[in-house]
Design a protein around this ligand. Structure first.
Ligand code: ATP
Length: 370
């Protein structure tokens, strides 16, 4: 499933040069993006970057100030929310407190042109989809947070929208329930074949559920890619830093040969060898980025590796399955190395203040333009 790689595939949503201004302030700036049918698409970025604004424009709750949005080939200019094949589920769920679960689900259907005898079947099907058949007669205050979330989801899907917009749908749930619900959400999305666009603050959540992620910054999309590529091949220090933990060392790109690059990061230091990433230009400033789990820590010098550097252990976070070591280099840089623990060998016998060697392979990190 990778319609974005298929030049013949027709997008469900197409944003072309979409701009949104509030007075003098530009919340979204010339944003161009295609989202394909059946995608589970995540918008990710820091607070205020424009995620909700973009969603609200897709839903028709907000006009665009410039550019064009088409959904299913139709220009959305001037089309109100109720005339779009789109529904939006809000974080607050917005259930009717005085109506039962059953009536909450039937409410929108009764106001549509659906035949009366079909409404019951549809409600039953929705209850089954979210596994709440037993709760049909309850009112919202008699439900747990997770159950309310499922009612809201069922209600949002009841009319069979082509596109469902979810603004922080799991924000009110605690971490464990949230993780469990992420899988339910993926399952429901797959069963209904609806295209989902989700806004989340939680990068792990985006990585878990999404077919693709758009990382946003100040009203622009910085990178759109699959979770794997966002993590393994970020196109900037910003994206690398936003998704997961990363070590960053800044310097100058001292060599660039096809797929490999070197970064000079100071007098007398061995240049770092890495994979050439986006924006790396020979003799320009660059940044080396590497995930903590790709850095190896050892007490002996690993002379077989080009990339090796000495330091002192400043902190250790023992997390059970793994440990994270913070190592201060002689240059002053602080580097994290994350290692899996075995039952017999927690922290690899390394402790605070120990002198250690950090090393990594020539393809473990990226040199990016900076
Ligand atoms: P959060 O993660 O905090 O919800 P977000 O990425 O969803 O943030 P938006 O709500 O889309 O951000 O807001 C983007 C920018 O537009 C913010 O700087 C916000 O202050 C501004 N903004 C949003 N709505 C309005 C409005 N009605 N009038 C003026 N400025 C607005």
């Amino acid at each position: 499933f990778a319609p974005w790689d298929d030049p013949e595939a027709t997008p469900l949503i197409s944003c072309q040069d979409v701009t949104k201004r509030y007075g003098e302030f530009t919340a979204i700036e010339r944003l161009t993006l295609d989202i394909f049918p059946r995608e589970f698409f995540a918008l990710l970025g820091p607070s205020g970057c424009g995620k909700t604004t973009l969603m609200r424009m897709l839903g028709g709750f907000e006009d665009v100030s410039g550019g064009r949005i088409t959904i299913d080939g139709q220009d959305m200019a001037g089309i109100p929310p109720n005339k779009r094949a789109v529904n939006m589920m809000f974080q607050s769920y917005a259930l009717f407190p005085h109506l039962t679960v059953w009536d909450n689900l039937a409410f929108g259907l009764k106001r549509s042109d659906m035949a009366k005898d079909q409404i019951g079947d549809r409600v039953e099907a929705m209850l089954k989809l979210v596994q709440l058949q037993k709760f049909a007669k309850r009112k919202p205050h008699q439900l747990s947070g997770g159950q309310k979330q499922r009612v809201a989801l069922a209600r949002a899907l009841a009319k069979g929208p082509k596109l469902l917009l979810l603004d922080e749908p799991l924000g009110a749930l605690d971490k464990k329930l949230r993780q469990q619900t992420q899988f339910e959400l993926m399952d429901i999305q797959e069963k209904t074949g609806t295209t989902f666009v989700i806004v989340t603050h939680d990068q792990e959540e985006a990585m878990t559920v999404a077919s693709r992620i758009a990382v946003m910054d100040e009203g622009r999309i910085v990178q759109v890619d699959t979770p794997g590529r966002i993590y393994e091949a970020p196109n900037s220090v910003y994206v690398a830093d936003f998704i997961g933990d990363v070590n960053v060392i800044r310097g100058r790109v001292s060599a660039l040969n096809g797929e490999s690059a070197e970064l000079n990061w100071g007098e007398g230091k061995r240049p770092i060898r890495a994979t050439a990433g986006a924006g790396a230009v020979h003799d320009a400033s660059g940044a080396f980025v590497i995930r903590p789990e790709k850095v190896t820590i050892a007490t002996e010098e690993p002379t077989d590796r080009h990339n090796r550097v000495k330091g002192v252990v400043e902190d250790i976070a023992y997390l059970g399955n793994l440990s994270t070591f913070h190592v201060r280099l002689e240059s002053g840089d602080l580097i994290s190395a994350q290692l899996a623990n075995s039952r017999r060998f927690a922290n690899r016998g390394i402790t605070w203040e120990d002198p250690v060697w950090l090393s990594w392979s020539d393809t473990a990190g990226l040199v990016l333009g900076d």
